[in-house]
Write a protein that binds this ligand. Structure first.
Ligand code: UDP
Length: 240
């Protein structure tokens, strides 16, 4: 293996928002987009990197949408959790069609489609070269899949969290609204706090900061970004 193809990480946790599966749809799962993401993931796995994925559910349902309409928060959040399970099934299907071996681990008991979370078993899957998809966040309401990503990344001793977002990094302001927004290529956890940058929800970010978990923020829309990031090239924003 030459130097350029040697991965910079041994084990990563990739956080995919539910929206990443939308493609150009207003709602739901675009199978062609799922296939394209699956190919990107296969590319990095082929480099020898162990890949665990936490999938969100915002393309189908977010708890906050239900509470805004008057629902009980916990009931709405459980619906959000179920949305992530549907996304995980779609992503597993896409990954298997791309030629990957893949295990779906749900934090809510759904025996017919997913295994329970047993940390040592998950690590074994990863060591054997299987891709692991985590669904149902932490299995409890009032959390987000960002917080679940941070916790699972720590539990499985991932080297880094890769957070795929709509924008290609962390900016000084919302680049969609403010044309003068400046992108940070590298920044520390402390600076993110000082500058009040919104990269993850507070609970998730605090877990990462306290445990020195690096985070790479990048966009999946730009092809090949994830592979570059895995190879240690500067992509998006690295928080460390
Ligand atoms: N959720 C939850 N507990 C968790 C993770 C997620 O209750 O541990 C619910 C919550 O309602 C959330 C929804 O699942 O809105 C979908 O997750 P999230 O919004 O994090 O998905 P994303 O924005 O990444 O698509």
């Amino acid at each position: 293996m030459n130097k350029a193809s040697k991965p910079a990480y041994r084990r990563i946790l990739l956080k995919l928002s539910g929206e990443s599966l939308l493609g150009s749809l207003p709602y739901g799962i675009d199978v062609i987009t799922a296939d394209s993401i699956a190919r990107d993931i296969k590319d990095i796995q082929d480099l020898g990197v162990q890949v665990a994925i936490m999938i969100g559910g915002g393309n189908i349902f977010r708890g906050v949408r239900g509470t805004e309409a008057g629902m009980d928060r916990a009931s709405a959040d459980y619906m959000g959790l179920l949305a992530t399970i549907m996304n995980a099934i779609a992503l597993q299907d896409a990954l298997e069609r791309a030629g990957c071996i893949c295990r779906h681990i749900s934090a809510i008991d759904v025996k017919s489609v997913a295994e329970p979370f047993i940390p040592r078993r998950v690590v074994r899957h990863l060591e054997k070269g299987r891709i692991v998809i985590f669904s149902a966040g932490l299995g409890s309401p009032y959390f987000t899949t960002d917080t679940a990503s941070a916790l699972r990344a720590l539990e499985i001793q991932a080297d880094v969290i890769f957070k795929a977002t709509k924008v290609d990094g962390a900016y000084s302001a919302d680049p969609m609204k403010d044309k003068s927004a400046k992108k940070f290529t590298t920044i520390s956890h402390e600076e993110v706090l000082q500058k009040g940058l919104q990269v993850m929800d507070t609970t998730a970010f605090t877990l990462c900061r306290e445990n020195k978990m690096p985070i790479v923020i990048f966009s999946l829309k730009k092809k090949g970004q994830m592979k570059k990031a895995v190879l240690g090239e500067r992509v998006g924003t690295t928080i460390s």
